[in-house]
Ligand binder design. Sequence first.
Ligand code: G6P
Length: 490
Amino acid sequence: MVTRHQVLVASNRGPVSHTLGEGGELTVKRGGGGLVSGLSAVKGDAVWVCAALGEGDREAVRRTGGELDPADTGGQQVRMLDIAPDVFADAYNGIANSVLWFVHHMLYQTPTEPVFDADFERQWRSYEAYNAAFADALAQEAAEGAAVLVQDYHLTLVPAMLRERRPDLRIGHFSHTPWAPPDYFRMLPDDPDGGVAAEVLRGILGADRAAFLTQRWANAFTDCCVKLLGAEVAVADGGDEMIVTHEGRRTRIGVHGLGADADFLRERSRRPDVEDRIALLREQIGRGPDGEPRRAIVRVDRTELSKNIVRGLLAYRRLLADRPEWRGRVVHVAFAYPSRQDLAVYREYTDEVARVADGINAEYGEGDWTPVELHLKDDFARSLAAYRLADVALINPIRDGMNLVAKEIPVLSDGGCALVLSREAGAFAELAEDAITVNPYDIGATADALHRALTMDAGERAERTKRLAAAATALPPTKWFLDQLNALRD
Ligand code: G6P
């Protein structure tokens, strides 16, 4: 008998992933993040529908029929979908990560990219099929009148597809990315009678409520609905929500600025493995010529084009060039963890990050001083160690939906940390007042901001860190999730 659920979450990446060993054994890894904590607050029979991302996941689906063993998921009910590998690759690598991600983060080098050709058309059909597979599974799993929370740019077509299959459901969509302004968004094929741009907007408008991380991204979405679809927008709920009316349907638009998971982070960051790594990092950072511990400028990112890691390194180089007093007295601790390595452009970017870091070390390194400590191998405990000891955090994305690192560092900082923050990160809306804010393209201004951060008075730094931590934890993941669920059921 099929169990039917009252609360459903759908996202491309689920809460667990599997690796297939050479002897055929499966290892399960549980991921973290806002959704995992948020969903843990839902009591009862919630289910998470996600895609199998690799061979390990596919094997797990083969062995379980797709309903993962709750013993492997921390008790969470997870239904993993095995979508044909070529369809999945087209949808995930082709459309989601190479087109929609690039549009919303405005990453295209427009003289040559994007090109909407026959390959793109095939990939788009795969994206539709992949979204339809989610809509089918959700339609099957949902109880009468259930609430379904669909996540992110991978699944923009699901709300409208699911509404067609199950008009009784309450459907929400949440975007974890920025949203592009209409002049940029409409570079997608924009034939009003069925172009991709209109299909994405109509897909999301199939939801009862669509939500974003900041007002800025919500406004960009409604602007796209007005300019590309001719929809109408009105303010509702005393200004807290907007309503988009299109083809006789109304979709509510909300904003929920996901905050840091302070309880989890504080507990996790006090464990011995983190303490060990603090000691190791302190040793690597070492002491300057005056015998004082060197200052640490920390960044922790996926190696992601939108994170602007190369310009961050160039700004640090500029700091060393223009202000020789910092040579030997500061270390840039940069963790850039591999991401989306199926895509050549991500692999090339990873190489570029390493090349620029090596160049700085060759140019300025001296004696026991390594100016840039770049680490590419993912290590969560070491990231938390760096959060705790950072003197300065460098968060300079070109565009970012939120950037949780900007929120997590002030929460964990042991001695106060000055935050250099891009004005293009979603977190800017909540943290600008106590951060040193930068235009992420401006290397000189970023170098100056690093200098200001390094010279900030310790008392002021501690005060600002306290206020940043309070702002960063205003909406913890469980509340973030339950607010959306309640708003959807309203
Ligand atoms: C962003 C997206 C998520 C995605 C994550 C990692 O945060 O909003 O949906 O899961 O990046 O990217 P990946 O392609 O590895 O899932």
